[in-house]
Design a protein around this ligand. Structure first.
Ligand code: UFG
Length: 329
């Protein structure tokens, strides 16, 4: 059987395509290349350039391939952009996901893995935050993803489809074998930005907010290494294929690091004391988000292998160097 990976030319979806191929699966990648890259799709995967919201195209993909599972990564993911352009997020992340689900139901595809986000929690009353708390996203990005979680629950109740929703915390790092990493030219995510600053590919780094109710005043996040995250997807696929029930799991390590702590680790690992400017808050940012990560371990048997920020930063640095040389070369 074949797995359809939407967004498989992007950062996390690309690592998923690699991991699926590594374990001998057939992979079809559907990606409109709006932020992904054709070169990031492993040659052994079939790349179809198009939009997952294009129902005619998706119907045709299901007709042409024996797809038993969908891993749906394609999405817009930048919190501040979702605040300034919410309708783009509700179109891409919500409305188009509805079309994809409709095609899946029509074609009888029964297994669905969905990339959700810690942003569905908003500003949690307590950290670590567990899956069963009341959800109250504070930005359009989180709301655009939460609506898909709700659709999945309703579709699973009405049809034969089962799902695993994975709520990602802050994904970082790169393939330990150096085959792939985060390649988007316009970086907004902290570790990517910090690594670019360390390598002199950008002029220093702004810290957005130093007056949060956290130990050092900067925001606290749970940074999870990308291949550890992909492992959770492989386990989710095995769970669904074994007939397991629908499930929603946090994906994080269960420990928080502040923006200032991350910056210090990047400086230490790179050996570069780049400029850091303390700025005001960025719209849409919660103060702290740390995963309650028991369920993914218990239900899916997940055991992370790269729970070490210095290692994550080292991977991000070496991928950034490689990307830069590729552009220069
Ligand atoms: N930050 C800076 N300077 C920068 C970039 C980021 O100070 O140049 C800060 C942000 O303000 C925030 C923290 O670093 O406090 C992390 O920001 P990111 O942009 O790296 O990530 P977010 O926490 O905003 O969002 C990410 C994903 C979401 C996911 C969320 C869950 O993009 O998909 O993590 O925690 F929902």
């Amino acid at each position: 059987m074949t797995v359809l990976v939407t967004g498989g030319a992007g950062y996390i979806g690309g690592h998923m395509a690699l991991a699926l191929l590594d374990q001998g699966e057939e992979v079809v990648v559907l990606d409109n290349l709006s932020t992904g890259f054709a070169w990031a799709v492993p040659p052994a995967a079939k790349l179809i350039v198009g939009d997952f919201g294009d129902s005619a195209l998706v119907d045709q993909i299901f007709a042409d391939h024996r797809i038993d599972a969908i891993a749906h990564f394609a999405a817009k993911i930048v919190v501040p952009e979702s605040v300034s352009d919410p309708l783009a997020y509700y179109l891409n992340n919500t409305a188009k996901a509805r079309n994809l689900l409709e095609c899946a139901v029509k074609a009888g595809v029964k297994q669905f893995i969905f990339s959700s986000t810690a942003a569905v929690y908003g500003e949690p009353a307590e950290n670590p935050v567990f899956e069963n708390v009341a959800l109250a996203p504070i930005n359009p990005y989180g709301r655009s993803k939460l609506m898909v979680e709700w659709m999945l629950a309703d579709v699973a109740a009405a049809h034969q489809l089962r799902y695993v929703v994975l709520r990602y915390f802050n994904v970082a790092g790169a393939d330990p074998a150096g085959r792939l990493g985060q390649s988007s030219p316009v970086a907004t995510h902290l570790i990517k930005v910090a690594v670019q600053a360390a390598l002199g590919h950008r002029d220093g780094l702004d810290v957005f907010g130093t007056d949060y109710p956290t130990p050092d005043g900067s925001c606290v996040r749970d940074y999870i290494q990308v291949t550890d995250l992909v492992d959770a997807h492989l386990l989710a696929l095995a769970h669904l294929r074994a007939g397991g029930g629908s499930l929603t799991c946090n994906c994080g390590y269960g420990r928080g690091l502040s923006v200032l702590e991350v910056v210090e680790v990047v400086k230490k690992v790179s050996g570069v004391d780049f400029e850091v400017r303390l700025k005001g808050r960025r719209p849409g940012d919660p103060a702290s988000l740390v995963a309650g990560a028991d369920r993914v371990r218990q239900e899916l048997g997940w055991t992370p292998k790269h729970d070490n920020l210095a290692e994550i930063v080292e991977q991000a640095l070496s991928w950034e160097r490689r990307l830069h040389n590729r552009k220069a070369g």
